[in-house]
Design a binder for this molecule. Structure first.
Ligand SMILES: NC(=O)c1ccc[n+]([C@@H]2O[C@H](COP(=O)([O-])OP(=O)(O)OC[C@H]3O[C@@H](n4cnc5c(N)ncnc54)[C@H](O)[C@@H]3O)[C@@H](O)[C@H]2O)c1
Length: 443
């Protein structure tokens, strides 16, 4: 099939590349000319494991093209995917300005047989709105479908090529069949291809993310309670997870959820609920709990040092909102950096992939270490924000030699409290009893 993907970000680039890899002729379009130029040179503007090889292979095979020329790319396409950003507006609703601008720009060039498909996460009713807008602009009833994306950054290729399910929202069976045929190579293990209305499909994406965010905020709230009840969240997690009605997935306490999806999607669903007169009580609590959780690491640092942070050398491991990505949008590390900089702490940070994105925000206000161990030299405290594999089994003896104080504040519960105690570290994790080394303290 001939496919155009408008918006070549985390979702658009993965979508376009994976469809090219299954034999389609794909053109990825972006208004960011610099991004397109880099892609044409074979440079991948984001970090996503496996993506570079796949882009290179399909571009070389002539199946994958990049352009800023929307008109030419769309004119021939049988399917046009819309994959532009839908960030939060000031009131929490989804800002669809990029999407509408794309709809206006593709309208005059759409092939009469083309199907326009929303891959972006869009509020319920957006497909219907696109149908109306295309009717106004083209004078004909265009076919519009919803096909939300469930990939996870850091595992995006695998998620796209082996999806748990594919959801499409369509108004006619033939559009459903066209999309079923496009996805057939990815569903050979009989995972379901679910066909529903565009409204249910649009809703499905928000509900999926909102429920996952709810699990995270729930476990974070009870983790904070565990700390004050002399309980250990990891024991409690094991205690509940074996119940088949509960399970273990997405019940790890941490520094709060971030990224470009959960925070904005929870708020957008709440905004839709308010518009329809349904009070979003749970969604509001999930969001507020998360905002508070993103402050927990900063609070633990401040508390440990009795509020005296000015000039204090502090190391941070992990900046991306989760491992295996360079994405720092809404990342808990950003909240931590803001708070520590406001208190005049001296920060040295390390992340395997996300440092350029943080450097673009903070420049030389913080220091960027060449490796995790280098970040620790002279530090009075290490704060772990992202659970990169590299941080799971460090050389604790080397850490102890490099750090001024052996203090770890762990936002991802990577280490065993008993082990930390035996090694003489002060270890403050989430939802666990503090391990306080007798010789170091909050001076
Ligand atoms: N990132 C994820 O993990 C993920 C997962 C599932 C769904 N989504 C959804 O997918 C959508 C895209 O997310 P993303 O993370 O890929 O965003 P992104 O910011 O990485 O990419 C969006 C791209 O669209 C381009 N763009 C903006 N306006 C344009 C226009 N008029 N014409 C052409 N290109 C234009 C931007 O330059 C950018 O490259 C969002 O709605 C998001 O909620 C994201």
């Amino acid at each position: 099939m001939r496919i155009a993907v408008v918006g070549t970000g985390y979702v658009g680039l993965v979508t376009g590349t994976c469809f090219a890899d299954s034999g389609n002729a794909v053109t990825c379009i972006d208004i960011n000319a610099d991004k397109v130029a880099r892609l044409k040179r074979g440079e991948i503007p984001i970090y996503e494991p496996g993506l570079e090889d796949l882009v290179t292979r399909n571009a070389r095979a002539g199946r994958l093209h990049f352009t800023t020329d929307t008109a030419a790319a769309v004119a021939n396409a049988e399917i046009v995917f819309l994959a532009v950003g839908t960030p939060p507006a000031a009131d929490g609703s989804a800002d669809l300005s990029a999407l509408w601008s794309v709809v206006d720009s593709i309208a005059p060039h759409l092939h009469p047989d083309a199907v326009v498909v929303t891959k972006s996460t869009v509020p319920v009713g957006t497909c219907a709105g696109i149908e109306r807008r295309l009717l106004e602009r083209t004078g004909r009833q265009c076919r519009v479908a919803s096909n939300p994306e469930f990939l996870k950054e850091g595992a995006a290729i695998d998620d796209f090529q082996k999806p748990d399910r594919v959801v499409v929202g369509v108004r006619s069976a033939d559009v459903g069949e066209r999309l079923r045929s496009l996805y057939a190579p990815f569903l050979r293990t009989e995972n379901p291809f679910l066909v529903m209305s565009p409204e249910s499909s649009e809703m499905t994406k928000y509900v999926a993310n909102a429920l996952l965010a709810t699990k995270i905020s729930f476990i974070n709230e009870v983790a904070n309670l565990c700390e004050r009840m002399e309980a250990d969240i990891d024991d409690v997690r094991r205690g509940i997870g074996h119940d088949s009605r509960i399970g273990f997935a997405f019940l790890f306490p941490g520094a709060g959820y971030g990224g470009s999806c959960f925070p904005k999607d929870v708020q957008a669903l709440a905004s839709m609920a308010r518009d329809k007169g349904v009070p979003p009580r749970i969604l509001s609590a999930v969001h507020d709990t998360n905002l508070a959780q993103k402050q927990v690491l900063g609070e633990k640092v401040a508390q440990h040092f009795g509020g005296r942070l000015a000039g204090r050398p502090i190391a941070i491991w992990g900046l991306a909102f989760k491992p295996r990505t360079d994405d720092v949008r809404d990342a808990p590390a950003i909240d931590l950096i803001e708070r520590l900089l406001a208190a005049d702490a001296r920060l040295t940070v390390f992340d395997p992939e996300a440092m350029p994105n943080v450097q673009a925000i903070y420049g030389d206000r913080i220091r960027y270490a060449a490796g995790p161990m280098e970040a620790l030299d002279g530090a009075e405290c290490l704060v772990i924000v992202t659970e990169w594999g590299d941080f799971r089994r460090p050389d604790f003896d080397d850490m102890a030699r490099r750090m001024k104080n052996c203090v770890i504040i762990d936002g991802r519960n990577l280490y065993s409290s008993a082990d930390m105690r035996a090694r003489g570290f002060t270890y403050l994790a989430i939802g666990k009893q503090p391990v306080l080394a007798p010789t170091v303290g909050g001076s």
